[in-house]
Design a protein around this ligand. Structure first.
Ligand code: NDP
Ligand code: 8X3
Length: 257
């Protein structure tokens, strides 16, 4: 029987856009209490108001840069009692910056990707997991990527960060093997979000990337994440990879012009 998420506390990182925002909508519709985090508080506040009005759920918007380890620890440690027992952590915040050959890469961009996609996920997990372990229940869902299972030209550091997400998901499952805490990695292919606009800082280039095929939508990925979260407690979806039907791998995307 599917697990009921009514009144469960679900924390989503990167909830101001794309997959994280779609997760907020999906989990609100399932009756969960939501802690929504990202850097852009104005977006989170507007989303929180919308979801509370639509679904009657409690929503806590919180400005948080996952790269800041002290801010992450403080945010989790200072949660009010009604929010402190996090049932589901969705480590979704992440980004790619540029696509360039490694030997021509921008080192500041590398730092931002590593600090966000890898360190950010670690800081959040380190802050939230002890409570889950103490309660012997909980679920960490890490948003990886097909770029964490393969590499593509000029994707070097982004691919490395997502390989790290995949490795850390496996490592968490091993370290939690004797606890009733589940760990899932959800790894999508091309999803139409603000991801490519952030990557290239060029809206026209980003729009062109999504033309000529039907990409995944953020809601498709949120649906996969909700699938993981709603399996019965004895079922742990360890890895879920989803592609647009037009995409077979990082290297094969069928575009019709
Ligand atoms: P978006 O750009 O639409 O959303 C990214 C989210 O991450 C935003 O909410 C942003 O919020 C947040 N974020 C970025 N940096 C930080 C930070 N330092 N601290 C806190 N939050 C941060 O992209 P997607 O929704 O597509 O991306 C979500 C995840 O999905 C990422 O991990 C990405 O790697 C992964 N992914 C995306 C795919 C795609 O094709 N789109 C495919 C596979 C995986 P804010 O700027 O307000 O802080
Ligand atoms: C995002 C998908 O193929 O642009 O993780 O790396 S891809």
């Amino acid at each position: 029987m599917a697990l009921c998420l009514q009144d469960k506390v679900v924390l989503i990182t990167g909830a101001s856009s794309g997959i994280g925002k779609a997760c907020a909508k999906t989990f609100a519709a399932l009756g969960a209490k939501l802690i929504l985090t990202a850097r852009r508080l104005d977006r989170l506040t507007a989303l929180a108001e919308e979801l509370s009005a639509a679904h009657g759920v409690a929503v806590l918007p919180m400005a948080l840069d996952v790269q800041d380890k002290d801010a992450v620890a403080n945010a989790i440690n200072s949660l009010a009692p009604e929010w402190a027992e996090i049932d589901v952590l969705i480590n979704n915040a992440g980004l790619a910056l540029d696509t360039t050959k490694l030997h021509e890469g921008n080192i500041d961009n590398w730092d931002t990707m590593l600090n966000t996609n890898v360190h950010g996920l670690l800081y959040m997990s380190r802050a939230v997991l002890p409570g889950m372990v103490a309660r012997n229940r909980g679920h960490v869902i890490n948003v990886g990527s097909v770029a964490g299972h393969d590499t593509y030209p000029n994707g070097n550091v982004y691919c490395a960060t997502k390989h790290a997400v995949s490795a850390l998901s496996k490592a968490m499952r091993l370290d939690l093997f004797d606890k009733a805490v589940r760990v899932s990695e959800v790894a999508p292919g091309a999803v139409h979000t603000e991801f490519s606009e952030v990557r290239w800082q060029d809206k026209a280039r980003a729009d062109a990337y999504y033309e000529g095929f039907e990409p995944l939508m953020a809601e498709d990925v949120a649906d996969a994440i909700a699938y993981c979260a709603t399996r019965p407690a004895h079922v742990d979806v360890s890895e879920l990879v989803l592609f647009p039907t037009a995409q077979t791998s990082c290297h094969y995307l069928a575009k019709h012009t």
